[in-house]
Structure formats: C-alpha cells, structure tokens
Design a protein around this ligand. Structure first.
Ligand SMILES: CC(C)(COP(=O)(O)OP(=O)(O)OC[C@H]1O[C@@H](n2cnc3c(N)ncnc32)[C@H](O)[C@@H]1OP(=O)(O)O)[C@@H](O)C(=O)NCCC(=O)NCCS
Length: 191
C-alpha cells in the first residue's frame, strides 16, 4: 500500500485513489477468490501476478480510454477494491462502469458509495453524458448498488452467460444519464 497515494475523490466511508504498482498484490489475492470472480464475465479465469502487473502498467498509456481507481477504505486508508470506467467514448460521452471489492469488505455500503464517487468524477470532471453497466441477474448486491445510484434497467440479454450454481442467466443492462445535459440549466447555457 502507498502512504503517499493521491486521492482523487473523497467520500465518507471510502475514497477513490490512484492505483499504484504495489496494489497488484491486493489485486492478485482479491480477484483470485472464486466468490469475487463468480459473477464476472470469465469466472473460471485465473489471474497471474504477471497479468496484474501488465494490467496495471497498461493504465498509464497516454491514449487510454479507461479511468480506474483504487477504492480506499477511509478507516485505515488501505485499498479494498477497484472501480473503473472503460471504453470511454469521448465523442458521445459514454463509458462502462465496473467494480469489485475484496470479499471481507462486502455488505458495508462501500460499492454504493464508490459508484456514487465514480459517477461524480465522470459527470463533473470528465463531463461525460451517460454511463452504462451490466450485471448478471443473480448478482443482487451489484444491481442494487447501481439502482441506489440512480441507474435504471434498460434491457437485458436473455440466458447470456453461464454462472456456477445458476446455469445460464440473463445479463441486465443499466444506464444513467448526466442530468446536466438534459436540464433547463443546459438549455439556458446553450441558448
Ligand atoms: C457486487 C459488490 C461490488 C457489492 O459490494 P458491496 O459493498 O457489498 O455492496 P453494498 O454494501 O453497497 O450493497 C449494495 C446493496 O445490496 C444489498 N445486498 C448485499 N448483498 C446482497 C445479496 N446477496 N442479496 C440482495 N441484496 C444484497 C445491500 O444490502 C445493499 O442494499 P441496502 O443499502 O439497501 O442494504 C461486491 O459484492 C463484489 O465485489 N462482488 C464481486 C465482484 C462483482 O460481482 N462485481 C460486480 C460485477 S457487475
């Protein structure tokens, strides 16, 4: 963990910080927990330390269309998860949000707050127009954390992915618009 890690967005229980190379040890252990991997797109995948280092180093490419953050627990200032927006389309102002927490930190409202902070960063700092996310239907906690942040379900792919102990499940698609683009305030500004 880094003592001098810059924080980008502060919250009450968690904050978003810059990822540092020593976080790869956390990533390696958290993501290889089969329970953390259960509802991700490739649940049988094993992540090697080399994969984590490669992924971390790819974040600093200048042309990157992703923004990823360490989720930092304010009490102790240690990394507890990762949240990010990928495939940012700078023309249309869209991106896809994704996240995970180490299992010992589930159920404390951390994901709900981390999503809120990421939305704030994307809308207020990057001036993005819209965020999307998708959740496999049995992942109730993830869907709830999105809904609590004002995401709404806008469609689903039926029987899209195989999840252990659930079989083929639906993938629910969520979206959230930046109100600024669709409010009177924006109209006033444009006119
Ligand atoms: C999904 C995940 C990020 C949720 O993180 P979290 O910090 O535990 O979520 P929160 O504590 O903010 O909880 C969100 C809501 O879901 C509820 N919830 C938690 N577990 C639940 C469950 N098994 N069933 C139903 N609701 C659940 C919580 O009670 C909370 O609602 P509330 O505030 O009304 O009580 C975490 O479980 C995780 O990292 N899972 C593995 C990776 C993953 O699935 N990522 C998302 C891929 S789409």
């Amino acid at each position: 963990m880094s003592d001098n890690r810059p924080l980008i967005v502060g919250g009450s229980k968690v904050s978003l910080g810059v990822l540092v190379e020593t976080d790869t040890e956390f990533l390696f252990s958290a993501i290889n927990n089969p329970e953390v991997h259960r509802f991700l797109r490739n649940p049988g995948r094993i992540m090697y330390m080399g994969d984590e280092i490669y992924w971390f180093r790819s974040l600093s490419e200048k042309s990157s269309n992703d923004r990823h953050f360490a989720i930092i627990e304010n009490d102790g200032m240690k990394i507890v998860g990762v949240i990010g927006v990928r495939e940012i389309d700078w023309i249309n102002g869209t991106g896809i949000i994704g996240y995970f927490l180490s299992q010992d930190k589930w159920g404390k409202g951390f994901a709900t707050e981390a999503i809120s902070l990421t939305v704030k960063f994307c809308f207020a700092t990057l001036n993005m127009r819209k965020l999307t996310s998708s959740v496999f239907e049995p992942n109730k906690a993830s869907a709830k954390a999105l809904i609590k942040n004002g995401f709404s379900e806008c469609g689903r792919f039926h029987k899209q992915a195989f999840i252990r102990e659930h079989g083929f499940v639906d993938e629910l698609i969520f979206e959230k618009f930046n109100d600024f683009y669709y409010s009177d305030k924006k109209a006033e500004k444009v006119n």
